[in-house]
Design a protein around this ligand. Structure first.
Ligand SMILES: C[S@@+](CC[C@H](N)C(=O)[O-])C[C@H]1O[C@@H](n2cnc3c(N)ncnc32)[C@H](O)[C@@H]1O
Length: 237
């Protein structure tokens, strides 16, 4: 284990403790670090899965619930939205912002407490980067989706233009921890963030992992020159 990246076995406990620690300042830090861009990206992931009125949606690694709330507005009162996270403090922060018709649930996205085919839509925002078993996380989403269901991940990504990498690295490894320290009082968590992206697959390879799990019509969309990316697909009907 280096100073910010835990080994695979230690990763879940490390990640959970980290988010419990920063939960109260998480939203503020997000706005500061992404200069507000995360809001548009979350709108984009909600749009990618095209939630319809009355559908059942599950937002994994929901955190303070930004994506879950967007899904809830789309499916309306006739639908159902569950926001699942394994950090009790992140869920407490979500609840403090208002229930908003979302069911907040403590749970592990590697072992979902739902029967097969329970949802029409599954989303995960900045969550897959944090698991120690990516194929299993994708397989769990696939299992709980009904045939024809849509799955999308929004996460940090890699710029396609190589010349941008030094600038993005300077921002991620230099500026982000400073913002994390100033806003959330925790630079370790915000050193983990870019380090965890370094070991996360390229967005195109994440798309291939979706296909390997059985998803079809898989698409990849870069956001802000590849600072983040959206990957989404459909479970065959
Ligand atoms: C960077 S936050 C993202 C929160 C929210 N989706 C957003 O976009 O603002 C990552 C979240 O993933 C959660 N998480 C990480 N691994 C998890 C797992 N195995 N099961 C459930 N939640 C997990 C953390 O507790 C944290 O709240």
């Amino acid at each position: 284990m280096n100073d910010v990246l835990p080994g695979s076995e230690a990763k879940p406990a490390y990640v959970k403790a980290m988010f419990d620690r920063i939960a109260a300042r998480y939203d503020l830090a997000n706005d500061a670090m992404t200069l507000g861009h995360h809001r548009a990206w979350k709108g984009a992931i909600a749009k990618a899965v095209a939630p319809q009125s009355g559908e059942r949606a599950l937002d994994l690694a929901t955190g303070t619930g930004d994506i879950a709330r967007r899904l809830r507005r789309a499916v309306g009162d006739a639908g159902r939205v569950v926001g699942l996270d394994f950090s009790p403090e992140m869920l407490a922060a979500a609840r403090r912002r208002g229930e908003d018709g979302v069911e907040w649930l403590e749970g592990d996205m590697l072992n979902l407490p739902f029967a097969a085919e329970s949802f029409d839509v599954v989303t995960v925002g900045f969550g897959l980067r944090n698991v120690n078993d990516l194929p299993r996380a994708i397989a769990e989403a696939y299992r709980v989706l009904a045939p024809g269901g849509r799955y999308a991940s929004l996460d940090l990504a890699k710029p396609r233009i190589g010349a941008l990498k030094p600038f993005m690295d300077a921002y991620s490894f230099g500026v982000v921890p400073l913002i994390g320290k100033a806003v959330a009082g925790d630079d370790t968590a915000y050193k983990y963030l870019p380090a965890s992206n370094d070991t996360f697959p390229h967005q195109d390879d994440l798309g291939k992992a979706f296909e390997a799990a059985g998803f079809t019509d898989v698409r990849v969309k870069d956001l802000l020159l590849g600072a983040a990316a959206l990957v989404w697909g459909t479970k065959p009907a």
